[in-house]
Design a protein around this ligand. Structure first.
Ligand code: 3PG
Length: 408
């Protein structure tokens, strides 16, 4: 909106960074989840409707990994979700790409190939340094404006994210805007009590988030599930059984015990499960905390769900990150499903992060609820929640200072 208001979008050529990095089936190259593609389609359509010629770019995977592929299949899905023709070129900054960009006319959309085909794109450097990269120097002169719609890559200080804002008047796209509006509720003192439901496998990241939230008094209650819950139970001196201790050990998580204990001593308001669904010789059992757990922990148990649901009823803001159990197995989806359902049905505003919970929300038909924000961010969301500056946002702020200051 600001670009349109102060500079005018009609008749312009816009370079937009999106993040359509998606899970890929290695054998066939099939895109397994198109939710990011669907989200960005809306921004692209709006820019075209406002009279721009639009060139989109994104990364996919990392060089050397099986999901590091061309974006030709992404282009087909973008076409499906925008309902518009998407021109695709298997080049990023070379003469073929530049020729296509020059030829592009108002109302047309061009998708460039995987940005990480350009070696500079995997270098982390400052916006000022990347502004002088070959990547940026070759493309920036062909455009009027740059838009960053890639919240999910905002934690990377790479040329396609931080270089262009130094050279072109820039703005956040609709996906980025939606993320920031939703996440800004975390800074609204009226949105309390704030309840964080934290599970999943990324225990190191979760601990960083907890340390930040606690030292800034930014959270009122924490409901632990998954491996995070197991770690805190051990820190409290609870016997979770030999099999589960081995799992924590094999993942290198026992080294985190001193940090977990320190947080408990400092009064971290964290709740841990009172029962679990476990697997004992291939039988599903419910085991309560108290005596040593016999089976392998796979999900939180019914009493824990009840207790957590009660606590969520008081919340004004609920953040859910990571599944409560091993949801790949349908026998262990209840914890994640029930917590998500209760959150969305409460009067709180709900922010959900992580692919697993997103797919559960879709399965339960909850995705479109007005009090629910499903974040596109993985690593970016984690860092945001841990209070770190995201380079992509810092670059947009610098760009605003440089190009918009005269208007404000
Ligand atoms: C993500 O999926 O988290 C983003 O697309 C960033 O990908 P990266 O971790 O490979 O930079």
């Amino acid at each position: 909106d600001d670009l349109d208001k102060y500079f005018g979008i009609k008749g312009s050529k816009i370079l937009i960074r999106i993040d359509i990095n998606s899970p890929i089936k290695p054998e066939t190259g099939e895109i397994l989840d198109d939710s990011r593609i669907r989200a960005h389609a809306e921004t692209l359509r709006e820019l075209v409707e406002r009279g721009a010629a639009v060139v989109a770019m994104s990364h996919q995977g990392r060089p050397g990994e099986s999901d590091f592929v061309s974006l030709n299949k992404h282009a087909e899905l973008l076409e499906k979700h925008t309902g518009m023709t998407i021109h695709f070129i298997d080049d990023v900054i070379g003469p073929a790409a530049r020729e296509e960009i020059k030829k592009l006319r108002t109302g047309e959309i061009l998708l460039l190939d995987n940005t990480r085909l350009v070696s500079e794109e995997i270098i982390e450097a400052t916006p000022e340094k990347h502004a002088e990269s070959i990547f940026v120097s070759r493309l920036a002169p062909l455009f009027n404006y740059y838009i960053n719609d890639a919240f999910a890559t905002a934690h990377r200080s790479q040329p396609s994210i931080v270089g262009f804002p130094m050279k072109l008047p820039s703005a956040a796209g609709r996906v980025m805007e939606r993320e920031l509006v939703a996440l800004s509720k975390l800074y609204n003192p009226e949105e309390r009590p704030r309840v964080f439901v934290l599970g999943g496998g990324k225990v190191h990241d979760t601990l960083r988030i907890l340390e930040y939230l606690h030292s800034n008094r930014a959270v009122d209650r924490i409901l632990a599930t998954g491996l995070v819950a197991e770690l805190f139970l051990v820190a409290k001196g609870v016997d979770i059984g030999e099999a589960n201790m081995k799992v924590l050990e094999s993942k290198g998580l026992l080294a985190l015990l001193p940090r977990a204990r320190r947080l408990l001593l400092k009064g971290l308001p964290i709740e841990t499960p009172v029962d679990f669904k476990t697997l004992v010789n291939d039988n599903v059992e419910v085991e309560a905390i108290g005596s040593s757990i016999k089976g392998v922990i796979k999900d939180i148990g019914p009493q824990t769900i009840k207790m957590y649901v009660e606590i969520m009823k008081e919340a004004r803001l609920i953040v859910l990150r990571g599944p409560a159990g091993v949801i790949e197995d349908p026998r262990f989806q209840d914890g994640s499903k029930e917590l998500l359902r209760a959150a969305v049905e409460s009067s709180a505003y709900v922010i959900v992060g992580g692919g697993h919970l997103n797919s559960i929300a879709a399965k339960l038909g909850l995705s479109e609820r007005p009090n629910l924000h499903i974040s596109t961010g993985g690593g970016a969301l984690l860092l945001f929640l841990a209070g770190e500056d995201l380079p992509g946002l810092v670059a947009l702020a610098k760009s605003a200072q440089k190009f918009f200051d005269k208007f404000l």
